[in-house]
Every structure is written in C-alpha cells, then in structure tokens.
Design a protein. Structure first.
Length: 935
C-alpha cells in the first residue's frame, strides 16, 4: 500500500487516510527484502502448489470446526468437542472467569463471521449473518465480561458489518443487507456503556446484559479491580462504532479510559501494572509484562494510531515500548518486572499470551527482537507440540494447558509478511500438522488439557475460529486468493477486520476531548522519522535466518536457572549476599551469625522444618538488610526449585482398543515407585480387575491379571502394597482407581502416589492413579466391550498404523461404529477444565510449600534440605559451566544503564531503612502474586 511509504510506527502528520494498516505495514516491509524469488539459501521457497495445498487444508480444518459447531452446538456459545454438544452457561459446571465470555449470544457464530469471508465462504457468510439476525438475543440476564464481549461480540458484529458492506458494494452477495449487524452492534454498545459509570472512567469488568450494573438483579457492580487490558482494549471497536454510526459517545468513553490508564502509568518506569482499582486508580498488581492482563492495551495504542491517525496514541505507545525494551525484553525472553523496581523480575516464567508481541513488533518496525522471541517460542512449541499456557525461563512447562490460542500463528503471519522468509511458511505447516495430529477429535478440535501427556479438554474457544484459521489461511494465501484487499483493513485483537477508511469518517472526537497533557512528554526518543529500513532490515535474504541461527538450541540446551536477573542486576552493584542460600547450613554457627547480621532469624517448626524470617529493621545496617533480602530471595527460589524437582508430571492412560483407538486420553497421577514411564517405553496391555478389588492381599484371581494391567481400588492399604500384590500375580502394570465416588481431575488436583517409606526398588511395574470419574470410563468400557486395551505412558501416543488399521476394519461395521461414537462421547464427559496446572496444584497442596507472610519475608526448608548437597540443586547446575549462551547473555546484561528510578538506591548506596522496608514489602507482594497468579 503506497500510503505506508515503507515504514510504520513512526510519526507523521495526521494522514488524510489512516496511515497504515497492519497488513499494509507488513507488506511494506516485505518490499524491503526483495521478492522471495531471490532466495538463494536458507529455507527453500515453497511452491505455489504447496501453499495452495496448505491453504486448502486450513479450509478443510475450518469446515471441521465450524461445521461441528453449527451442527452440534449452535445456538449455544461454544462447542464442547469431546462430548459433541453445545456449552450452555449454567448447564455446565462453572469454570469461573473463563465463562464470562459466554452470554448466550451464539458467541462462536458471531466470532466466526468475518473469518467466513476471508476464507472465501461468502455463501456461508450470508447464511451466518441471517442466522445472527434471526436468532441472537443480546438482552439475556447473564453477567458477561465487558472486555470479552467487546473484542469478540462487538468486534465480531463490526467485522461482519465491515465485510457485509464491502460485499454489497461489489454487487453480488448481501444485496439485501441494510446495516442490520451495525444496528445490533450499536444496541450492544449501549448495553456496555453503564460499565463506564465510574469516577475514573475505567469500566467495571463485568456487566449484566439485561440489567446493567446498578440494579440488584444485575449481580455485578461490586468489583473494584480490573485488568489493564480489560480497560485498555476498547478503542478500536468503540471508535469504529462511533464512526460507523455517528454516535460519538462510544469513542469518547474508550478514550477516557485510555487517558486514565496513561495518567496512572508508573512515571519513572513508564510501565503499567496488571490490575488497577477502577475507583481510585491505584495499581493492585504492580507486576508488568506484555502478556496476560496487559497485552492488548499496548496493541490498541499502536493500532488506534494506525486506525485513527491520532499522534497521541503513538506517543504513548512509543513511551511504553521504550520501557518494555529497556526492562521487560531480555531477548529472546520477555519477563515481567515490577513497575516501581523495573530491574527486578516479578516472575521466572512467561505466559503464552505474549506470543502476540512479535507480531506487534513487526507493526512497530522492530523486526530483530520479533524474530528472536518468535524463534524461542517456536522451539518451545517444537518441544511440546503446542505453547503451554506458561513456561519457565529455562523452558520447562509451568502451566501445561493449551486452549488452542492463536497468538503464535498471528506473529508467524506478520513475520512472514515482513520478511518473506519461507521459514515462516514451514512454521505454519508445523502448526497445521500439530493441530490435526494432537487436537483434532471427531467433533471439532479440542483444547489440550496437558501438553505433556497430550490429554484433551472438552473445550473449543471461539477465538480459535475467529483468529487461528484467519491467520493460517492468510499465511499461505496470495493476493488473488482473497476476494477483497486485506490491506484496506486493520485487525483487532480478536482478528476482526475494521476498514481503514474509518479514520476520515465522523472525526468529531479529537484530541481536544481527552484529558492528558501531552506537552509533558519528552519526545526526543521517539522515531519521528521513518527508520532507515535498509539498515534496520537490509536487503539480505538471509537476514532473518542469521538472527534465528544463534537461538536454534536455546530451548534444548538451556540450563535450569532461577531469578538470575534479580540477583545479578536488581541490586545494581552486582554484589552477592555474604552467604549464598545454597551453601546455608542451619547447624553452622558462622552461618547463623551472618543471618543475624542480615536480620534473618531462624524458627524451628514442630514438624522438624526450619523457617527463616527476615525483619529488615533488625539488620545491622541497611546494606546488611539488603543482603538479607538477597539471601531470602535466593532461598525462596531454591526452595521452590527443589519442590518442583520433586514433582513428577502427570501421566496418560490412553484407551487404544476398539472403539476408542487412542482418541480417549485420561490424565493420570504418577507413582514415586515402580517403572518410571518417562524413562521407559510405554506399557500396553488389556485390563483386568483384581480380586480382592482393593489389592491389599494376595490376589485370588492371578490367572485373570497375569500379563495384564490390573485395576485396583484405592484405600485400605498402602499403594506400594497393592503394587506388590498385583506384581506377584503377574500383572504388567496397575491402575489405582479412586474410591471416592465422583472425584475427578476436573475438580481435584492430581497427586503422586507415595511409597510406603521403605525401599520400593522391588516394584518393577508401572503404577498410575485415576480419579473415580476417569476410572469409571475404563470400567464402563469393560462392561460394554469386555476386552479393553490401554497404554500407560508419560505422553499420549500418536495414533499408530496399528490403531488406524483396527479402526478402519471396525468402521466397516456401521452399527458397531455408531455405538462406538456414543461411548467415545459419553466417556469424555469427565474431561473438563482444570484451572490449575498440575505442578501448581501439587505445589499448593504440598505441606512443605513455600509460605510468605504479609509483612515478613519467610522461607521454610525441610530437614533434608538443611544439609543438602549443593551440587544437587539447579542453582549449582547453572553455574557449573554447562550453561548456554542465553544464560551468559542474561548474566552479562550491561551494568551501565541509567538508573530508572533515582529514588531507589541500588547496590551499596545507603538507603533509609523504612524505604527498604517499603521496597521489600513490594517484593513480597510480587512473590505472593507469583505463587497465586492466574492467567
Ligand atoms: C483472544 O481472545 C484475543 O486475542 C485476546 O486479546 C487475548 N487472547 C485471546 C486468545 O488467546
């Protein structure tokens, strides 16, 4: 697009037409690297045929997802792909906040509208619009999230309207259309407005579609906090609504909320926190990143500039971006920090939502870090097939769920547009393969409950249709494959399309209505000229590859590491505490003396553990108090690392016999004894119930369990005893089924079966634990089919040719197959959401888990840890010379950066004790957040 002028994200006079669409911007970048045909080395170019084949595959996948939704779920909000029915709020067990996206307004249909047009399904689009107009009610007595309703429903209606009028103008389709979707959007807009009735102008997080906020029937309006993204991701949809309709109020309200957030930014770091009080404007959560809770606030500042041509949005974005690159970006990582103390990391893990950020960096024109972060994320994906909801800085899974999020596909698309590097087409191909291989089920695509085991969750979020298929299709499409010019539109955060011509329509709301004073800004660090793209992104077809190359092994070869940056950088002097946590021994008098000096006291707990408590005020000096804080931070990290090391990840029980053929994967708890399935090949066998069923004495039916996997009921004796009894009877493995009726991994945290305190080396067979609901799937299958074969493993196995053959031969028998479907469906009832990661659950339920008090910094260590061999912990591992370049990069962060906050004294500078205490309380809060944090 010529208006783009070859750059983006840099200042310009307010344009006559919106300056650059996201696509336009990236296309401009594409020009810079010459055509893909000049590619001489690196990833081989992909032929047009191959691209078309992949595009067609995306279309087929969309049909599978959308078709099953329409057939089995519509008019419900979402499809439950395992049980093959609609998710109707109130009829399913509540999943907490996630359900706030569901307003009984056929969410998936509305979210899919403009995807249908992008995918050339114009006829289906026409049908879908008619259905929306005929069936959707926006006046339900349901409490919904303002943010989700805005991005998915308002955005969906506006995207649908934008493409409906485009099609109408072309003269073939939608000739009957008379702005009906826009009228619905306006109706919804008015329904959301009461949420903004706060003195700050920040919206309440939830609203009742029928009763609003205030009325007692509304069941909402008492909330005090909202997330920054929730309040800061409205401007595109609200401004579009105003400009389409001429009703200025929507844009005004969204601008006011943005103005308030801007005012409240932390002034020395220019960062915003994750959660803010909607009445006082105080930051409730002072950690700051680019992922969950903040992500689309940044996205909307830049895109609001692109769509509305208002410089103030670019000024704000650039200010924040500068802070992000200074504090949060540690290429290829993006790590949360504290807004007041931005050199201090607030977490040792990253969340999957930040995968959108490389795409935003492309729009900004900062390609190098985009390539780096994207590459790091891709390697995490290659390791786990999908991006887990959260993963640690050393790339271990922190939260194993994956709800088929589209952010990585989004960034892949924009990087391909910017670089033309066919590598990104290959990345897209892998995404398609993984979706088909691991997430595709007979009735749609199922979210991953645990990327490590490959187990499913009965969930297909509407964003999967709104975003994933759009970005994947566009990745492989040539210009002529799309019936309109995508470059005339901008993508919202839900990938809905808004036309750029809105920038010059109904412009009555201008900067004068906003409250911020922009003269305070020092814009000397803004790019008011276009970056020299030849320097930024030279005419070198191998440029992107040369950036990726050093990161190729970043995930595989990374050493576990903890809060290196906290220790190495946050206290600017780089000094280490006089006593390292890993060296500490509670019996060493010298150590105790050092602790005392640092204000750290030792409490011997009744259960034999020792608790450390720091009172900065009791330290010999402020420097000692800081040392004490460092020591406590090290101890906290060490303790949590050690706990994590003791956790075994969950395992999988996969039913492989007819009619399941590997499709049903149950989440199982591991045992601390017996065959370790992570080290050995899986165990496959038919199942048989043991007699006695509790397995607490010698089995009376050894002939039945010989060579099979024995089913045993939990209770009445130790797990190890059960294992010995079935092993003696010749079983090749065991599944312990919970005796607690109705228990399920949906509602209870998984745990590992402990030994009996004695040597359990004699137990050689694998043992797994299933909650009662999962266990009854196997028991029901035995009732129905008698012969049931299962696979015990650490990760579900791909459906192998053997399973395929079995399925093929069985599908010849139609009637049998029908009953198989029924069983598959009903058996999956239990595979519902588990909000907690398995690791987190066990951590929380672990009596030895770390505890932090409100005002005191405390850490507990178990007796075994008190004299632990330092060579056994991760900390030492990361220092013993095996670390990757990445670790070195981080440790070598320049010490020369300007102090971001002159009020805070770093290193050996003397700091008043009450200020240390205040800082330190913030740290404690942040660590507490880390523990409780939810995405
Ligand atoms: C989408 O609903 C939007 O992209 C939102 O901004 C956050 N992410 C989800 C999908 O992961």
């Amino acid at each position: 697009m010529s208006e783009a002028g070859g750059c983006w994200g840099c200042g310009s006079p307010v344009p006559q037409r919106a300056p650059w669409s996201l696509v336009a911007a990236t296309t401009a970048a594409l020009c810079l690297v010459s055509a893909t045909s000049v590619w001489t080395a690196g990833t081989a170019p992909m032929s047009r045929e191959e691209k078309q084949k992949l595009g067609n595959q995306v279309l087929e996948m969309f049909d599978h997802a959308y078709g099953n939704y329409m057939e089995h779920a519509y008019p419900a909000d979402e499809l439950m792909p395992l049980t093959c029915r609609g998710r109707v709020r109130g009829q399913e067990p509540s999943r907490g906040d996630v359900d706030d996206a569901l307003g009984k307004f056929s969410l998936t249909l509305i979210d899919s509208l403009d995807t249908l047009v992008v995918l050339n399904k114009t006829k289906e689009f026409e049908d879908a619009v008619r259905k929306v107009l005929r069936d959707v009610n926006l006046d339900n007595d349901v409490v919904v999230s303002v943010f989700e309703t805005n991005i998915r429903v308002l955005g969906g209606l506006l995207g649908g309207h934008s493409l409906a009028i485009m099609l109408k103008e072309k003269g073939e389709y939608m000739q009957w259309y008379n702005d009906e979707l826009l009228q619905m959007a306006k109706q919804l807009g008015y329904k959301l407005l009461p949420a903004f009735n706060t003195t700050s102008g920040l919206p309440y997080p939830r609203i009742n579609l029928k009763f609003g906020i205030r009325k007692p029937e509304a069941r909402t309006g008492t909330e005090t906090d909202t997330c920054t993204a929730c309040a800061g991701t409205l401007i595109l949809e609200f401004a579009a609504l105003s400009r389409f309709t001429g009703a200025t109020i929507f844009e005004e309200y969204a601008r006011k909320a943005l103005d308030f957030l801007w005012e409240k930014r932390q002034r020395s770091s220019n960062l915003v926190g994750v959660t803010i009080n909607i009445h006082t404007g105080d930051w409730v959560r002072k950690d700051s990143g680019v992922g969950a809770g903040i992500d689309s606030y940044y996205e909307y500042l830049l895109k609001a500039y692109v769509l509305l041509g208002d410089d103030s949005f670019l000024e704000r974005f650039n200010t924040h971006y500068d802070a992000i690159m200074r504090y949060i970006s540690q290429p290829p990582l993006l790590l949360d920090v504290h807004i007041h103390k931005p050199m201090l990391n607030a977490r040792t893990w990253m969340d999957a939502l930040l995968a959108f950020f490389p795409g935003l960096q492309v729009l900004k024109g900062d390609i190098r870090p985009a390539i780096e972060t994207h590459e790091m994320l891709y390697q995490v994906i290659k390791k786990h097939n999908f991006l887990p909801e959260a993963f640690t800085t050393d790339f271990r899974v922190h939260w194993a769920q994956h709800p088929l999020r589209p952010e990585f596909a989004e960034s892949t698309y924009f990087l391909y547009k910017a670089t033309g590097d066919p590598y990104y087409l290959e990345v897209g191909k892998t995404l398609i393969e993984n979706l088909n291989k691991y997430a595709r089920v007979p009735c749609g695509f199922a979210a991953m409950k645990d990327v490590r085991t490959g187990s499913h969750e009965d969930r297909m979020d509407s964003f999967f249709l709104a975003e994933m298929f759009k970005y994947l299709y566009l990745l492989f499409a040539d210009k002529e494959d799309i019936i309109f010019d995508i470059e005339d539109y901008i993508f919202t955060t839900e990938a809905h399309l808004l036309p750029l011509w809105l920038s010059t329509t109904n412009q009555s709301i201008s900067k004068k209505n906003t409250t911020s004073d922009y003269t305070e800004l020092d814009d000397s660090n803004f790019d008011w000229t276009c970056p020299n793209t030849q320097i930024l992104f030279p005419n070198d077809p191998l440029y992107a590859q040369s950036i990726r190359e050093p990161l190729k092994n970043v995930v595989d070869k990374s050493c576990p590491r903890g809060i290196i940056r906290v220790r190495e950088e946050s206290f600017r002097s780089g000094t280490k505490p006089p006593l390292r946590a890993r060296d500490f021994m509670a019996t060493n008098p010298e150590h105790l003396e050092i602790l005392k000096k640092m204000g750290v006291s030792l409490i011997h707990l009744k259960d034999g553990r020792v608790q450390l408590v720091q009172h900065a005020i009791q330290a010999a000096s402020s420097i000692d108090a800081e040392d004490g804080l460092r020591f406590m931070q090290e101890m906290i990290e060490l303790s949590s690392q050690q706990q994590k090391e003791q956790q075994l990840p969950p395992r999988a029980v996969q039913i492989v016999s007819h009619p399941f053929f590997g499709r049903v994967v149950l989440t199982a708890g591991p045992a601390q004894f017996g065959l370790d399935l992570s080290k050995h090949k899986e165990t496959r066998g038919f199942v048989a119930s043991s007699k006695p069923y509790n397995g607490c004495s010698e089995l009376t039916n050894p002939e039945a369990v010989m060579g099979k996997i024995a089913l045993i009921q939990r209770g009445q004796c130790m797990f190890a005893e059960k294992a010995r009894n079935i092993q003696n009877a010749g079983a090749i493995g065991g599944i312990v089924i919970d005796d607690n009726e109705g228990s399920s991994s949906d509602t209870a945290p998984l745990f590992q079966m402990a030994g009996d305190g004695k040597d359990t080396d004699d137990i050689k067979i694998p043992m797994l634990f299933l909650f009662s609901k999962e266990g009854s799937i196997i028991l029901d299958a035995i009732q129905e089919f008698e012969e049931v074969e299962v696979l015990l493993s650490d990760k579900a196995k791909d459906r192998d040719p053997e399973m395929e053959n079995e399925e093929q031969s069985s599908s010849e028998n139609d009637s049998q197959n029908q009953s198989a479907e029924q069983i598959t469906s009903s058996s999956q009832d239990v595979d519902l959401i588990d909000q907690e990661s398995p690791e987190e659950s066990s951590l929380n339920s672990n009596p030895e888990s770390l505890t932090l008090a409100d005002t005191d910094s405390t850490a507990s260590i178990s007796p075994s840890e008190q004299n632990s061999d330092p060579t056994e912990n991760h900390e030492t591992t990361s220092l013993d010379g095996e670390c990757t370049d990445l670790d070195n990069q981080l440790q070598e962060q320049p010490e020369t950066e300007e102090d971001p906050n002159p009020n805070i004294s770093w290193g050996k500078k003397v700091q008043p004790i009450d200020s240390i205490l205040a800082d330190w309380n913030e740290d404690i809060e942040a660590f507490e957040m880390m523990e409780k944090d939810e995405l």
